[in-house]
Ligand binder design. Sequence first.
Ligand SMILES: Nc1ncnc2c1ncn2[C@@H]1O[C@H](COP(=O)(O)OP(=O)(O)OP(=O)(O)O)[C@@H](O)[C@H]1O
Ligand SMILES: [Mg+2]
Length: 466
Amino acid sequence: MPLIKLLKTSTFRLAVIYLALFAASAITLLAYVYWNTAGFLARQTDEAVEAEIAGLAEQYRQGGLPLLVHTVIQRSRDPGQSLYLVLDPAGRVLAGTLDGRPQVEPGPDGWFDFNYNRKTLDGTEVKAARARAFYLQEGFYLLVGRDVQERREIENLITNALIWAIGLTIALGLVGGLFMSRNMLARVDDINRSSRDIMEGDLSQRLPIAGTGDELDQLGLNLNAMLDQIEALMIGMRQVTDNIAHDLRSPLNRLRNRLEITLMQEASPEDYKQALEKTIAEADNLLGTFNALLMIARAEAGSLRDSMTWVDLSATLHDAAELYEPVAEEKDLSISIDVPEGLKIWGNRELLSQAVANLLDNAIKHGLPLDNGNDRTIVVAAGTDPVRPGRGVVLSVADHGQGIPPDERQHVLERFVRLEASRNTPGSGLGLSLVAAVARLHAGSIELEDNRPGLRVSLFLPVSGR
Ligand SMILES: Nc1ncnc2c1ncn2[C@@H]1O[C@H](COP(=O)(O)OP(=O)(O)OP(=O)(O)O)[C@@H](O)[C@H]1O
Ligand SMILES: [Mg+2]
């Protein structure tokens, strides 16, 4: 993987930001540690020297130069870490632990750091020292100081440790950042590759899931769920298109053949007239199918939700029943209505009455009682939903025909599905599809039940659309 690409990842950028923050706090912490150790040692040295100077100044005040020189000689016998030097105006050593005056000029505060030779058992060693120097009266020179070799070494140790600590922090941070970015990038690359495959048309592909349950996995799972949905919709759409093509071809073929046969025969004007009338009837059927399809599409698009109003269900059911009364009578059937006055729901009046019309049409067309002794009433009922009193209504149409076997009840809701028993009745198998779509549009559900005997179709609809 190219390094540039790695450096550009947001993971790496995040890692660098964290690294910077971490390094800053680490440096602050270490600086504090340094100040507390090395700084403490340095202050201690200076304080010790100042204390010695104070002691010697006291001697000098009491006994003048002779007492000072005497004290320095005495102290020089067992000096410990202390350093002394007293010079006469000519520069000769009168007393002290040093061989001569250091070749370093003191700073403005009188302090200075220098190196000196210290005698050991086997020769001399160069050691670091820190001291303060004064000129006394008559040009005498006094130096009081302290060996700081050990202190310097400790300081070096601490400084080295600090530099290593900071260096290691940054190095580990960078390596860790690169490593994390590489992992992340590898997974994002996988996702990109799969998305490209999907975009190129392989809708069955899914994004890889690492199984770690992190946010990339969540994203992948959600996108996969979305793809499932899209795929299902696409398949549904293809089926519908296939169905439409298939189901409209036969009536169109029939229509065309009839016209052709009529043309080939020696026909009287009366024959022509008959043929044309049949053609118009077929065309009406086709138009009906198209209208039903369009209505289902409209109900499923959901855009009708904006045009909803309070619909008086009682009035709608009465109107629909009145419309189908004559057709029912022709088949010796009757329609009874069991609806309380003023039952209202929030919905689309046109679609609701079309749904009831479709159910009545089915009851009359497919719901004829098999035995003559059976009840010949179609019951249209509506009322509050016992499960959701006050918030939902149930609307049902029930007949006493042959009913629909339980394993077909879901199937008949699909478009263009007609059961074997209905092959001889006119229709295109779209009626129940529209009823189901209307139920969905109103955020409700549809249920097909056994009416013992017969079929009862119930719609459960929320009163206020949710
Ligand atoms: N009340 C019923 N009793 C028995 N079978 C029914 C009943 N209602 C519907 N069916 C069955 O369900 C099938 C689908 O009904 P649907 O209303 O969708 O189509 P259709 O009535 O055949 O045609 P269309 O309604 O488009 O004129 C019917 O063909 C029929 O086999
Ligand atoms: Mg129907």
